[in-house]
Design a protein around this ligand. Structure first.
Ligand SMILES: Cc1cc2nc3c(=O)[nH]c(=O)nc-3n(C[C@H](O)[C@H](O)[C@H](O)COP(=O)(O)OP(=O)(O)OC[C@H]3O[C@@H](n4cnc5c(N)ncnc54)[C@H](O)[C@@H]3O)c2cc1C
Length: 397
């Protein structure tokens, strides 16, 4: 049993007050909903908390859980602006537990992904959460991708990724009978559904960080009668200029195969449809980050991504490099997710996770998670351990 989490629920709006001790909130738990982490401690109508976590996505929930486990006597609230938990990035991702191969050695992403993946496997086993262990192929389809694939292999080894192998063309067929490629890297990963059965909730929050740029990722879905074409995860060799992995083939827990996500600049935070637009969000990003530089430096790439997002045949042409049998009539448009990706003032996408503290009276009571893009879902349990360490040290808990 995990004690001492306060369940709070109420209208959206800016959060007031600071912490520890005295975060203001309002509301009551929704009747008839089960929130396992709400057991014990003071009643749900409590209006002050020792620690408040803002954002009920996987990172916020995992952090609250880690704090509760370490400090059962503290009252901890999670503030979520939506009616439900985990409906943004956490509820719109590929569901792949990454193994840590892609990330720069010694970076937080590399360390926390490898640790996080191991912790998630363990968590799923403990909680009886099902997952599919179907393997992953990273496939070089052009000769010039082979050196990048080999560099990736070395990177994976340096990061301590297990079960990594470089295989040649003739071995691809044994793993993916319909996949073509020059050379392949084979790695075992897990896809996982329902990462969290421990739930925590909710309330409103603070202003969004203007340096976060939204990148929409659209998925396509392979028609059920064509799902036999894909056995496991098939990934391209990623473009090293961007922190995105490229459109990939992902088998889901329900047996469906998702193709995607692409990475298209979105014109609204939480803008899931191509024409969603918010002048305020865009102005924020343009004024306070290097968005204009990013757009100019990568103009043709951006236009190409948008073109592929609009015309299925263009995406299919790309997918056919991996599975030539796929045709436009085999796919349907699927859901989309929006990545929250930090951008610096020089127009560079920030690759690593970024966590830092604030300044000033209220600021120094706050720890910010500034950049937690993919694979933050995989890394969430490791990130939460790091956050709990930092909170403990910073706030002398
Ligand atoms: C298309 C896509 C595919 C991905 N694929 C993978 C993958 O296969 N594997 C992987 O490991 N990772 C993947 N990721 C990345 C992963 O999903 C995210 O890194 C992770 O979910 C981030 O979790 P989070 O809790 O930080 O963010 P979120 O899940 O977005 O949660 C943030 C929460 O904060 C709330 N919030 C925002 N502002 C406020 C406010 N002002 N007040 C109160 N609450 C607020 C939001 O409503 C939201 O619920 C993918 C992401 C996307 C978009």
């Amino acid at each position: 049993m995990v004690p001492a989490l306060r369940y709070i629920r109420g209208a959206c709006g800016p959060a007031l007050g600071g912490f520890p001790g005295g975060f203001s909130s309002a509301g009551r738990p929704a009747p008839g909903r089960s929130w396992p982490l709400c057991q014990g401690g003071r009643p749900a109508s409590t209006r002050s908390f020792d620690v408040v976590v803002i954002g009920g996505g996987i990172v916020g929930l995992a952090s609250a859980r880690a704090l509760i486990l370490r400090h059962p006597a503290l009252s901890i609230g999670v503030l979520e602006k939506e009616k439900d938990l985990a409906i943004h990035q956490t509820g719109h991702n590929s569901g792949v537990i990454h193994s840590g191969i892609y990330y720069k050695p010694e970076s937080l992403k590399a360390k926390l992904c490898v640790q996080g993946a191991a912790l998630i496997y363990e968590y799923c086993k403990q909680k009886g959460i099902s997952y599919k262990q179907c393997g992953k192929l990273i496939v070089a389809v052009e000769q010039e991708e082979i050196p990048r694939l080999q560099a990736l292999y070395e990177r994976g080894r340096q990061n301590g990724v297990q079960g990594l192998r470089l295989i040649q063309q003739e071995d691809i067929k044994k793993k993916e009978p319909y996949c073509r490629g020059e050379e392949v890297q084979c790695q075992y990963v897990v896809t996982c559904a329902g990462l969290y059965s421990d739930r925590i909730s909710e309330l409103s929050g603070c202003n969004p960080d203007p340096r976060i740029v939204p990148f929409r990722g659209d998925y396509l879905i392979l028609k059920p009668e064509k799902c036999y074409l894909v056995k496991g995860n098939i990934y391209p060799v990623p473009d090293s200029r961007f922190p995105f992995l490229g459109v990939h083939f992902t088998p889901r827990m329900d047996g469906s195969i998702w193709l995607g996500p692409n990475a298209v600049l979105a014109f609204k935070r939480e803008g899931y449809r191509p024409f969603d637009f918010s002048a305020r969000d865009i102005m924020d990003v343009i004024i306070k980050s290097g968005l204009i530089k990013l757009v100019f430096q990568n103009f043709s790439y951006g236009v190409n991504e948008m073109y592929k997002a609009c015309f299925l045949s263009a995406t299919v042409k790309h997918l056919q490099k991996f599975i030539p049998e796929i045709t436009v009539s085999d796919i349907l448009r699927g859901p989309a997710g929006v990545r929250a990706q930090a951008l610096d003032r020089d127009g560079n996408l920030v690759e690593d996770f970024v966590f830092d503290g604030g300044v000033g009276d209220i600021g120094n009571r706050i720890l910010h998670v500034r950049n937690a893009p993919s694979p933050a879902a995989t890394s969430s349990l490791a990130i939460s351990g790091m956050i709990a360490d930092e909170v403990q040290q910073r706030f002398k808990l």
